[in-house]
Design a binder for this molecule. Structure first.
Ligand SMILES: NC(=O)c1ccc[n+]([C@@H]2O[C@H](COP(=O)([O-])OP(=O)(O)OC[C@H]3O[C@@H](n4cnc5c(N)ncnc54)[C@H](OP(=O)(O)O)[C@@H]3O)[C@@H](O)[C@H]2O)c1
Length: 234
């Protein structure tokens, strides 16, 4: 089996790399990082990729001859200049576009450049980590415009891809996954108000999300699942 993990140096992504090594010792794990290459690990091939650049994604697809599962763990919530917006006056066009470029576009680029390779697999799966705050029907608190909008757009992209795959990719599964609040760089500034017992380790989340991916079948394609297996509404 060949598994490609995007953002293999991130909090959840790294834990997914490690859990794949643990569960599938025969598999080849292809994993991406952006800046600093993680240490060499047997059975892991590292690639440096900025996932917002289509040429780099295309080049990545040319370097990986076969792939069965793709797990996209890339994400952006805040950067040095901007945090999630408290109200609409905080909108910055640059930050909004960066959210779309990081949280939405890469999944479509993956689908474009890897679908021909996934078609060669007997059980092809493409899972992207989304976020429950991207659910329109679940939005009760408001705020976080750019992140919410980019994850809602990601969800629509995944749903739309699942419909295309029904016709074109035999046994294909497309999944949107919510990890729950996980103790990583991304959630660090927002952990103070997380209720007790609701801040998960990346190891736990990797385990939960891989259970969902492993047990998914084409009937689950185009759905949005939380870490505990609950199906979330769009
Ligand atoms: N943590 C949570 O509580 C939580 C909750 C809901 C959803 N999520 C989602 O879970 C996913 C993983 O998040 P995380 O918590 O593991 O965050 P993280 O530790 O900050 O990891 C984010 C990853 O995205 C990579 N990345 C960002 N922009 C990139 C780019 N242009 N090109 C290549 N790589 C890029 C980062 O690489 P660099 O480090 O090299 O920049 C890093 O590997 C995200 O989609 C996030 O939205 C997380």
């Amino acid at each position: 089996m060949n598994i490609l993990i995007l953002g293999g140096n991130g909090g959840i992504g790294r834990a997914i790399v490690d859990e794949c090594l643990n569960r599938y010792p025969e598999a080849t794990i292809h994993a991406t990082f952006r800046l600093a290459q993680p240490e060499e690990v047997h059975n892991v091939v590292w690639y440096q990729v900025d996932v917002t650049q289509e040429l780099e994604m295309e080049a990545l697809s040319q370097r990986i001859p076969k792939v069965d599962w793709i797990v996209n763990c890339i994400g952006l919530l805040h950067n040095e200049q901007h945090g999630p917006e408290k109200n609409v006056s905080a909108i910055s066009s640059d930050f909004f576009q960066q959210n779309i470029m990081t949280n939405t576009l890469p999944t479509l680029l993956l689908a474009k450049h890897f679908t021909p390779k996934l078609k060669l697999s007997a059980s092809p799966k493409l899972a992207t980590i989304s976020a429950k705050v991207g659910s329109i029907s679940d939005n009760r608190l408001g705020g976080w415009y750019s992140y919410r909008a980019s994850k809602a757009a990601l969800n629509m992209a995944l749903k739309t891809l699942s419909i295309e795959w029904q016709r074109s990719v035999k046994n294909g599964v497309v999944l949107a996954l919510h990890p729950g609040t996980t103790d990583t760089h991304l959630s660090k500034p927002f952990q103070a108000r997380v209720p007790e017992g609701k801040l998960f380790t990346s190891q736990r989340v990797a385990n939960d999300l891989l259970d969902i991916i492993e047990n998914s079948s084409p009937e689950n394609s185009g759905k949005f699942f939380a870490y505990n297996g609950e199906e979330l509404s769009w």
